[in-house]
Structure formats: C-alpha cells, structure tokens
Design a protein around this ligand. Structure first.
Ligand SMILES: Nc1ncnc2c1ncn2[C@@H]1O[C@H](COP(=O)(O)OP(=O)(O)OP(=O)(O)O)[C@@H](O)[C@H]1O
Length: 294
C-alpha cells in the first residue's frame, strides 16, 4: 500500500511480465535470462526506487524502458501505449518523454563540447529554433543551480557533482515525463550525493516528472523514493511504500540488504518524505479535480 494510492490515477509506466534474455557464447548453450517476468508500475510524478545487488537486473529494466534491451516476453506501456511495438519514428517521438541520467558524469558528457552545446543538442535535434534553445538553456542552468556562464565552458572545468547537474539539465531539456536514473549519485562523494539527491527532489516538485531510480544503495533509494521495488536474480521480490520496504521489509533478501546498508539520518528523511508525500497528494488531488471538471 502506498501513501499516494488513495488517489486513483492511471500509471504513467506499466511493465508487465517482462523477460529479457542475453545470448551466451558456446555451442547450444541456452540464453541467460536477465529478467524473469518483471511487473512494475510508476505513477505520474512518482519516484520508484529500484534496489538490489549487482547483477540482479536493475540496469536491464532501465534499458528495457529506454528501448535498449532484447525483450523476449511481456510489455512496457507508457501513457497507455505499448512501447515494445513502436515504429522507429514513434520511438523517436517517445524519446523526449523518457530521458536518462547515467552513473558516470565523467564519461556521459562529450569532453570536446561546451556545456551550451551539450544542452543545445537535444533541443536543436528536436526542431527547436536557436533563439528559443538559448532561452531554454539559460532556464535549465538555473534549474540545476549552475551559473549562466557555464555555457561557454567545457565539462573538465567542472566537478563531478556539477557535471551530474549538467547531465540532469540535458535530461530535462525536452521536458520529459519520466527519467530513468541509473545510479546517478554513486560516483559522487557523500555530501555531493546528498545535494544532487535534493536537486532531483526539487526538480520533481517543480516539474512533476517521474523517476525510475536505480541504485544498489538502500539509503539513497530510501531518501528519494515514494515506493521501492527490490530485485533479486532477475525478479522483483518485494514492492511497496519506501518507508515500509526499507523500515520493515518482508522478504529475507531485503532484510539482508537492509542489514548491510549504512544507517541514514532518520529525522531529516522522515520530515522530507512526509512533506513530499503531502505535496504529491495535493498535486494529484488538483489533477483529479481538473479531470473531473473536463
Ligand atoms: N549485454 C549483455 N550481454 C550479456 N549479459 C548481460 C548484458 N547486460 C547485462 N547482462 C547480464 O544481465 C544481468 C543483469 O545485469 P544488470 O546490469 O541489469 O544488473 P544490475 O542489477 O544493474 O547490476 P549492477 O548494479 O552491477 O549494474 C547480469 O548478470 C549481467 O551480467
């Protein structure tokens, strides 16, 4: 049961019975099943944390959502449309709605491009005029708390945390409704991690974007998520409200994961999370009221 489940709302993303297989080298060796019937949904404006040990299949789910994994069974529905059956043109159109932030801000930004060019690329490619793109870039830099003069500078002039802010700004450029965040803070030191996580939260509060937030770190996932899904060997073994799953997990694997996790700052997290849930609930109520009027 989730805090926000009392507001009836269609999921933004629904993953149903998803299976992904990778070929294995060797004569007649069966393929490796990386995902074995995964089902998951994400509401608009929600953060779904995906946690699990290395190799459990977290990244593969994110890649499948982005259309980058070999799906052998199941479906992924975004805003009511099955994304596994889209033409190339339809998939390109969808790519503005679903964006990604990768783990490593040192390799995910082209070192030869200025920050301005990096942020302009998705805008110009999608047909936005140069003048409008310039305004949008200024807005994006402001949104991620980077100075306006960053446009003329190269990624190497920035710290890891600042580079990750650039990557977040790039992901936000086309106003996506879902961002797949694949371990976006695990390459950062602890204090930078906290600041970047807070930035993700602030952005969500202002834009209503949903996150599929992949991490091997339970304390990170607990900090940012409304709900959490726990993966183990290609399957989801537990899903529920973040506080419940991380506070009193039911599955023995989650219990082991929790025992291995560092203790977070519970007071700050509890306050933050309840504030966010209250805000999300009021946004949803407003949306529902608007729908009723229509
Ligand atoms: N392209 C590929 N070819 C073959 N096997 C793959 C491929 N991509 C992933 N796998 C395998 O699928 C399984 C799940 O990988 P995945 O990267 O999704 O796990 P993960 O939970 O994200 O792990 P990590 O936290 O280490 O990134 C692993 O056993 C991995 O080796």
């Amino acid at each position: 049961m989730t805090d926000n489940a009392n507001v009836a709302e269609a999921p933004l993303l629904t993953i149903s019975g998803l299976e992904v297989e990778f070929p294995v080298k060797g004569w007649r060796r069966p393929p490796f099943k990386a995902l074995k019937g995964v089902s998951l949904d994400i509401l608009p404006g929600e953060t779904m944390g995906l946690v699990g040990e290395s190799g459990s299949g977290k990244t593969t789910i994110g890649r499948a959502v982005l259309g980058l994994a070999p799906i052998t069974a199941g479906s992924i529905t975004f805003d009511g449309r099955d994304t596994t059956r889209l033409s190339r043109t339809e998939r390109r159109a969808l790519s503005s709605d679903i964006q990604v932030v990768f783990q490593d801000p040192y390799t995910s930004l082209n070192p030869a491009m200025t920050i301005g060019d990096i942020l302009a690329e998705p805008l110009l490619t999608s047909g936005i005029a140069r003048v409008a793109a310039r305004d949008r870039i200024r807005e994006l830099l402001d949104q991620v708390n980077l100075p306006a003069d960053a446009v003329d500078r190269l990624p190497r002039e920035f710290s890891g945390g600042q580079r990750q802010r650039v990557a977040i700004a790039r992901a936000l450029a086309l106003r996506p409704r879902l961002i797949v965040c694949d371990e976006p803070v695990s390459a950062l030191d602890l204090s930078t991690q906290a600041r970047v996580l807070d930035l993700f939260i602030d952005i969500q509060e202002h834009t209503g974007v949903a996150y599929l937030f992949v991490s091997h770190d339970l304390s990170v996932v607990r900090h940012i998520s409304h709900r959490v899904a726990v993966m183990y060997r290609g399957e989801i073994v537990e899903t529920g409200d973040a506080a419940a799953v991380t506070g009193a997990p039911e599955h023995p694997y989650t219990q082991r994961l929790l025992m291995a996790a560092p203790v977070p700052h519970p007071r700050r997290q509890a306050v933050r999370r309840s504030e966010r849930h209250a805000l999300l609930a009021s946004q949803r109520a407003a949306d529902a009221a608007r729908e009723t009027v229509r």
